[in-house]
Design a protein around this ligand. Structure first.
Ligand code: BGC
Length: 656
């Protein structure tokens, strides 16, 4: 191996082995991290070790939840905060939700979001961020859909890796969650998910595997159980697959409050930290060790992981971060950039958009609301947020349009265009917390009052543009043909209104593409049972299910219009032992700069599998008339299928 290749592999692995000096062949004892870990373990009593393995309980201090830490021995504590759309401890830059960021199809942008959120956490004294969510959107009615990135495992793994690399590049431990098969909210504490091995391996574990390969420092287990064992005490998931098969080096924390059930079961299965308080891992764990039910070697293994993470991330010498990074101009500008890249133009009949100078009526229950997402654990709070109406007014001022906020559909009749802002809120979907609104949805449609409003406005104004907000797919089939324009704005973060105004008036171009399938009818998707506590899932959901059934989506995964136009050539494919490569030439055929999304699909042709699967994607930004040839690479392991073990198979690349 050449020197540069060796360096690359060391960087990629960044393993403790790579920290050894030349000529070292004795392993751990010469690695300063391992030496320190062992010194701490040797100095610690059983009680002190177990104290590393649970949260401190009580109320958070400064909004941060603590676990472990021993000032006498010089061991730093973990200081944790959510979450996926911004730091939830205090006021912080509030980004578009994960699903919106999934619509950017831009892992590098997501890396920058990870850096920003992690830096704000450090400024508040934290060192573990409880994000990202990398759970597959198995059904769009899932209440926490907004926190993840989409329905396709390849895409959401790539986005999750972006966040992890960004957060960890500044020394904050990322915590991808929830491991695993956490797809239902209403029964999340009780539901047992029965998952065949193939679906588990090929779909649901894949994004988790990707973030483990990116060396995520922590993993949070899920509340639900999988194949009969709760995730925090699931030996197959935690010990056999995560730690042994994947070689995961970090630590596993439980999901909070009702995530652990059994002291011996959790310790044996490979749970390392119980959060947020010692229910099963405090005195009960000490007793279990003293009583011989838990081997002390397991405690050393868990505490070793915890201490190693503290050293590897330099928590003993945290960087001094200027508190002014919180909601800094640069971070707010990033929230704006992400919002611009995330909104999806779904319909634009007769070039109803962009809006120009003229009169614009704005109506709808969400028009003048900063609708940032659910009220669960991911609920970040900015000191201010721009509403759709405010953003539309600001952009209108720049292009010489007049904006008239109205409440009666009849008042839209005389306007040159009408913008209707409707959708979901924390009342309709979100994390399921007793006494809070949220949970799963029963129906993918809008509220009847929203549908009526859209229809009424469309009857008065032929240039009606509907702006939808929400964290997942919303069914539009009943009314979409009656309106000229449709925009999916998601929960767009603190700068969402500004971005929306700029996009509607064409100051910026739409470049978001759907990270999920929007079906015509709810019945087009697999059943979503969010009341049962025993649910079986297979490997067909989203586009995999629609394709297999031969059902066209209203708007498929990857769909998104733009103000400019693009062509893509058919992929030219080559393959060797390293995997598969495809080149596609993209041309901007329109008159303004824009971004297009290239999706590389593959098919195994095997009878019992999805007709096609996403193998790679690339986002390309082009000036008018510009062409670029992009190469999409699929590593050999991504082309393997699970057949009792990972097995090679042949793929064809269908024309797009
Ligand atoms: C959620 C996690 C969250 C934790 C701490 C749990 O109820 O499921 O996603 O990180 O609370 O707030």
């Amino acid at each position: 191996m050449t020197r540069s290749l060796l360096l690359l592999s060391c960087l990629a692995l960044a393993s403790t082995a790579c920290r050894k000096g030349p000529g070292d062949d004795t392993g751990a004892e010469t690695d300063p991290v391992e030496v320190q870990v062992q010194a701490w373990l040797d100095a610690m009593s059983l009680e002190q070790k177990v104290a590393e393995m649970h949260g401190a309980g009580g109320a958070p201090t400064g909004g941060l939840w603590r676990s472990g830490g021993n000032p006498e021995l010089g061991i730093p504590a973990f200081a944790m905060s959510d979450g996926p759309r911004g730091v939830t401890a205090g006021v912080s830059t509030t980004f578009p939700v994960g699903m919106a960021r999934g619509a950017t199809w831009d892992p590098e942008l997501e890396r920058r979001v990870g850096v920003a959120i992690a830096t704000e956490l450090q400024a508040k004294g934290g060192n573990v961020i409880l994000a990202p969510v990398v759970e597959t959107l198995r059904h769009p009615a899932w209440g926490r859909a907004q926190e993840t990135y989409g329905e396709d495992p390849l895409h959401l793994g790539a986005m999750g890796v972006g966040f992890v690399l960004g957060a960890q590049s500044v020394g904050v431990i990322a915590t991808p969650k929830h491991f695993a098969v956490n797809h239902i909210e209403d029964t999340r504490f009780d539901v047992d998910m029965t998952v065949p091995e193939r679906a588990l391996r090929e779909l649901y574990l894949r994004p988790h595997h990707d973030v483990v390969k990116a060396r995520a420092g922590a993993i949070m287990s899920a509340y639900n159980s999988v194949n009969g064992a709760f995730c925090a005490e699931n030996e197959v998931l935690l010990r056999d697959i995560l730690k042994e098969e994947w070689g995961y080096e970090g630590f596993v924390m439980s999901d909070w409050i009702w995530g652990t059930h059994d002291t011996v079961g959790a310790a044996t299965a490979g749970l390392d930290i119980e959060m947020p308080a010692p229910q099963h891992f405090g005195p009960a764990l000490v007793e279990a060790v003293q009583g011989g039910q838990v081997d002390e070697a397991l405690i050393d293994e868990a505490v070793g992981r915890i201490l190693r993470a503290k050293l590897r991330f330099g928590l003993d010498e945290p960087p001094a971060v200027d508190p002014s990074v919180v909601e800094s101009a640069a971070h707010v500008a990033l929230a704006h950039e992400v919002a611009l890249a995330s909104m999806v133009l779904l319909r634009n009949e007769g070039n109803a958009l962009p809006l120009g100078p003229g009169s614009i009526a704005v109506i709808g229950p969400l028009a003048d609301v900063a609708n940032l997402g659910d009220e669960g654990s991911s609920n970040a709070t900015p000191s201010s947020a721009v509403t759709p109406l405010q953003g539309i007014q600001a952009a209108a001022g720049r292009v010489g349009a007049s904006v008239n906020p109205v409440t009666d559909p009849a008042q839209t009749a005389s306007a040159d265009a009408a913008v209707v802002v409707v959708g979901l809120t924390s009342e309709d979907e979100g994390e399921q917390i007793p006494l809070f609104p949220g949970g799963d949805r029963d129906d993918l449609g809008l509220k009847p009052s929203d549908v009526q409003l859209i229809r009424d406005v469309a009857a008065y104004n032929p240039r009606t543009i509907v702006v939808l907000e929400g964290g997942s797919a919303i069914r539009v089939s009943e009314w979409v043909d009656e309106v000229a324009g449709l925009v999916m704005a998601w929960y767009p973060g603190m700068e969402g209104g500004t971005a929306l105004g700029e996009l509607l008036f064409g100051e910026a171009d739409f470049e978001g593409h759907l990270p999920l399938s929007i079906p015509v009818n709810d019945a087009d998707l697999p059943d979503f049972d969010h009341t049962s506590t025993a649910v079986t899932v297979d490997d067909f959901h989203g586009y995999r299910h629609l394709d297999r059934e031969g059902i066209a989506a209203q708007y498929p995964l990857g769909f998104g219009l733009s103000y400019t136009g693009f062509t893509q050539t058919e992929p030219v494919v080559s393959a060797d032992g390293q995997g598969l490569r495809a080149t596609v030439t993209v041309t901007n055929t329109g008159t303004r700069a824009g971004a297009d999304l290239v999706l590389l699909w593959g098919a195994t042709g095997l009878p019992d599998r999805a007709p096609r699967e996403l193998l790679a994607f690339a986002k390309v930004r082009l000036d008018p008339g510009q062409s670029e040839t992009v190469t999409l690479s699929v590593p050999a392991d991504r082309l393997q299928i699970w057949d009792g073990g990972w097995t090679d198979t042949d793929w064809t690349v269908p024309a797009p």
